[in-house]
Design a protein around this ligand. Structure first.
Ligand code: PAF
Length: 289
């Protein structure tokens, strides 16, 4: 596995690989790799001949500086895991390489008006800017993002279409712990007690699935049930949002039709966890979480 830090080195390696007609896949990350990331690398590798991963904790997407400061970083461990998962090249730039004298940003509209876009002002401007830069540096044929960050994946998919970036974006399933908690780099911040209570997010998704499969289509009723479930079972410090949105517009819906997403963001102490479930009503109700 090659590890490169500069944009020049990344470009030299990528153009050598391109000459061999390789299909290049890309998994952008902020490090602190867990099984969710590793499953993205394995999937990327199985669908390409050269798999690139980036590790860059992108300061400009954090609206809370303490969240940025305490974001877990262990690059040696990450590199060892990436290599085992089959990654061919890691791009590991620093802040100066990515943002020296930088004044140009990519700002999404409309799709960021609800969910994390509303709760974390500026977050998706940071994500879209860094991912555009990374796409321009790596020039992948195919890029992989996890369903856990569903708003991010949908915004980036639309960004690639709107800005004519020639990359196929794949949204891969959520990887969960045995008890259902979605894997996240932030889970390490949970105390043992918070960790137990955090399973309530998954429980709320399953409760919502039960209601939907029994014929319920009212968003407010399902959101209320999910909220009551998390409040009772999880005793969270704060519920940031529980919302059912249309999967294409990411705007709230009153009635579940077509494809929707039930998305949750909940605080346990200072740790903010997100989770979601895709609801497909097109044939018989299907829930993917
Ligand atoms: O999902 C993440 O880890 C980040 O938002 C990403 C896509 C690597 C951009 O910094």
């Amino acid at each position: 596995m090659i590890v490169v830090q500069s944009i020049e080195e990344a470009r030299i390696n990528i153009s050598a690989v391109r000459k061999k007609d390789a299909v290049i896949s890309f998994v952008p990350t902020m490090g602190a790799l867990h099984n969710g990331h590793l499953s993205l690398i394995r999937k990327a590798k199985s669908e390409s001949s050269f798999c690139v991963m980036s590790i860059f904790v992108n300061r400009i997407q954090f609206n809370d500086t303490s969240d940025f400061d305490k974001y877990p970083r262990d690059y040696d461990h990450d590199l060892a895991l990436a290599e085992i998962a089959g990654c061919d090249m890691v791009f590991l730039p620093d802040d100066t390489i990515m943002y020296h004298d930088h004044h140009t940003f990519v700002i999404p509209e409309f799709l960021d008006e609800h969910l994390c876009g509303a709760a974390r002002p500026g977050h998706f401007r940071g994500v879209c800017t860094v991912v555009t830069k990374l796409f321009n540096i790596i020039q992948p044929d195919i890029a992989f993002f996890g369903q856990k960050d569903i708003q991010q994946a949908i915004i980036l998919k639309k960004m690639a279409i709107d800005l004519n970036i020639p990359v196929e974006i794949v949204i891969a399933p959520i990887v969960r712990e045995n008890d259902g908690l979605a894997m996240s780099s932030r889970n390490v911040h949970l105390s043992p007690d918070q960790r137990k209570r955090s399973v309530s997010l998954f429980g709320a998704l399953r409760r919502a699935e039960e209601l939907i499969k029994s014929g319920e289509q009212s968003s407010s009723l399902i959101e209320r049930e999910a909220r009551e479930f998390i409040t009772r079972e999880g005793i969270p410090d704060r519920i940031d949002y529980i919302s059912i949105v249309d999967m294409h517009t990411l705007h709230p819906v009153d009635t579940i039709r077509g494809k929707c997403v039930l998305a949750l963001a909940v605080f346990f102490g200072a740790t903010r966890l997100i989770d979601n479930m895709i609801i497909d009503m097109e044939t018989s109700p299907q829930c993917v979480y």
